[in-house]
Design a protein around this ligand. Structure first.
Ligand code: ACO
Length: 382
């Protein structure tokens, strides 16, 4: 029996702090008119003191799991797409695993810049529909504001922070991801680069930690994006055995309204069939597609049986498109009292479990240190 990876839950989190174009005009030589007309962005969210990539990923994940009323201890796989992890190691996905108490889950991060979520969703979807895992949590989470050069008006006005998540579950009725198309062109790697811990780039933070801000050749990336979005979408649509006319909603990576409009023109899709929220959040990289998807559902833009195309592009260069058959019934976001109580219990249990596990590591350390001291004393006596 064929299995399908259905989207059973979805969630998003964006930081509370809003940064408008006027706010940016006080930092760099720019203005609201330029940013709106060249990019479509009016404002973006920026992480506050307490937000991290992990905390945003956790909030989006908990919302997705709550919607599906899923006990996190049953989650089998967690994939986080990010290029702004809190640390290079450990992976953000393992931190999420610990916080939510997903004791049985394999967890890893995936890096494909702004295409990361489509890559992560494709990988997780295949692992679930192949039968390797019964379910998976796929998250796109970014703190882009941490890697921006706030003196560079050509880049700092474009990006924002946030996270979005899908909870996927195996099901035998058709639905979920029908097809995907992923691609890369490393020859364009230098067109869009970010922080490094390696030797070959110029240091920004001194010799110990080599951190480089995001750098971009905007025009070249623009050219690449307008060429690839339509092509990738067409390839995925064809792979799914559909035509452009079958597409009910197009959810592109929210990088620039002009890129989105160009892709819509190539695909001959009217803008009514295109979901846009770039004015609210700017480019949130790997979080942009899941946040847009969640908002499209919340706004009632999807109905059962709709075919949705998501397309991302970004650093690498990378790109990814997927066709999704939407079969989930949009459910009210409000939680029932019982669900709230169940969730409270689940995440308290996760907290206690995490504490016990941490104590376990400490006790193991004590036991091993004690054993070493005893062995050393024994050797001395002999
Ligand atoms: N405010 C005011 N003026 C500005 C600003 C700004 N924030 N930024 C640049 N300018 C100026 C430039 O200096 C230039 O001035 P000049 O003509 O005197 O030299 C002028 O505006 C035009 O600059 P362009 O770079 O030609 O502007 P363009 O219309 O190409 O828009 C932009 C720039 C918005 C960056 C566009 O090229 C773009 O969106 N590129 C794609 C970027 C993208 O999608 N990146 C994300 C990839 S996803 C990932 O993996 C992270």
């Amino acid at each position: 029996m064929r299995r399908y990876a259905h989207i059973r839950g979805w969630g998003k989190y964006v930081p509370e702090r809003v940064m408008t174009n006027d706010d940016l005009a006080r930092i760099v030589d720019t203005n609201d008119e330029w940013i709106r007309s060249r990019t479509g962005i009016a404002e973006r969210r920026i992480v506050g003191e307490t937000d991290t990539t992990t905390s945003m990923a956790v909030k989006a994940a908990i919302e997705a799991l709550s919607m599906a009323d899923c006990d996190p201890s049953t989650v089998e796989l967690i994939v986080v797409a990010t290029m702004t992890p809190d640390r290079v190691m450990p992976a953000t996905a393992t931190a999420v695993q610990d916080v939510i108490g997903a004791d049985r889950a394999a967890a890893f991060d995936l890096g494909a810049a702004c295409s990361g979520f489509v890559y992560a969703y494709s990988v997780a979807s295949q692992l679930v529909s192949s039968g390797a895992y019964k379910n998976a949590l796929v998250i796109g989470a970014e703190s882009m504001s941490h890697i921006l050069d706030w003196n560079d008006r050509a880049t700092c006005v474009l990006f924002g922070d946030g996270a979005g998540a899908f909870y996927l579950e195996a099901n035998e009725s058709p639905g979920g991801m029908l097809a995907f198309e992923l691609g890369s062109d490393g020859s364009g790697g230098e067109l869009l680069t970010g922080p490094t811990v390696g030797n070959s780039y110029k240091p920004l933070c001194g010799p110990d930690l080599k951190l480089q801000a995001l750098e971009m050749n905007g025009r070249a990336v623009f050219r690449f994006a307008t060429k690839i979005m339509g092509k990738a979408a067409d390839a995925a649509i064809q792979e799914a055995g559909l035509t452009r006319e079958d597409i009910d909603l197009f959810i592109p990576h929210q990088a620039n309204i002009r890129i989105i409009e160009s892709a819509a023109r190539q695909l001959k899709l009217p803008m009514e069939k295109v979901y846009v929220n770039i004015h609210r959040y700017g480019n949130t990289s790997a979080a942009s597609i899941p946040v847009a998807f969640v908002e499209a559902v919340e706004e009632g833009r999807l109905k059962r049986g709709d075919n949705v195309v998501v397309v991302g592009f970004g650093g690498g260069l990378t790109w990814g498109a997927a066709v999704v058959k939407w079969v989930a019934e949009p459910v009210p976001v409000e939680s029932s009292g019982a669900r709230v109580a169940r969730n409270w219990f689940r995440y308290q249990r996760a907290r206690i479990g995490s504490f016990q596990n941490r104590m376990g590591h400490v006790v193991d350390e004590w036991i091993e240190t004690g054993a070493r001291i005893v062995a050393k004393q024994k050797r001395r006596r002999e």
